[in-house]
Design a protein around this ligand. Sequence first.
Ligand SMILES: C[S@@+](CC[C@H](N)C(=O)[O-])C[C@H]1O[C@@H](n2cnc3c(N)ncnc32)[C@H](O)[C@@H]1O
Length: 168
Amino acid sequence: MSQGGLKVRFEVFRTKDGGWGLRSWDPIRAGAFICEYAGEVIDNARVEELGENEDDYIFYSTRVYQQLEIFPSDTEAPKIPHPLYITAKDVGNVSRFMNHSCSPTVFWRPILRENKNQCDLHIAFHAIRHIPPMMELTFDYGTVVPLKADQKKNKCLCESEKCRGYFC
Ligand SMILES: C[S@@+](CC[C@H](N)C(=O)[O-])C[C@H]1O[C@@H](n2cnc3c(N)ncnc32)[C@H](O)[C@@H]1O
């Protein structure tokens, strides 16, 4: 599904708070593949080394997510063969501009793809529901568990009714 490439016309735009965000000029149907999180795969040691202040563009597969309403409560989270960290700080695609929302329009799931006799883990983003043109594409960055006392928390500006107030 995700190998067919990008099917919608993306726009990187200035959000109300001044940062960049991502949206699509085309409608996206519920469940449709949107894009992958492209970047450089790094290991845990490099994540620790970079620290939380150095890189705003790390995707962490190790975060914990709120159950999405589209999935029944007994749906298990997809199994990931190993933790995956991807930084899109220096190389990446449009997904690096996707902001966090506590009521996201997009969710991610892991996919395994064969590559020269081995399987590579990729992260594919899909629409949670029908997304009309120009609606911001956002996903839940997830929660660090266990949350350490000194965990850096970013004030969340998603303005959702269900806003948790922060994201990590
Ligand atoms: C992966 S980048 C997303 C693109 C970013 N807005 C930009 O201008 O390049 C993640 C950073 O965007 C900002 N951000 C993302 N979601 C946010 C939210 N809900 N509230 C406030 N800032 C957010 C934070 O600075 C965060 O570290």
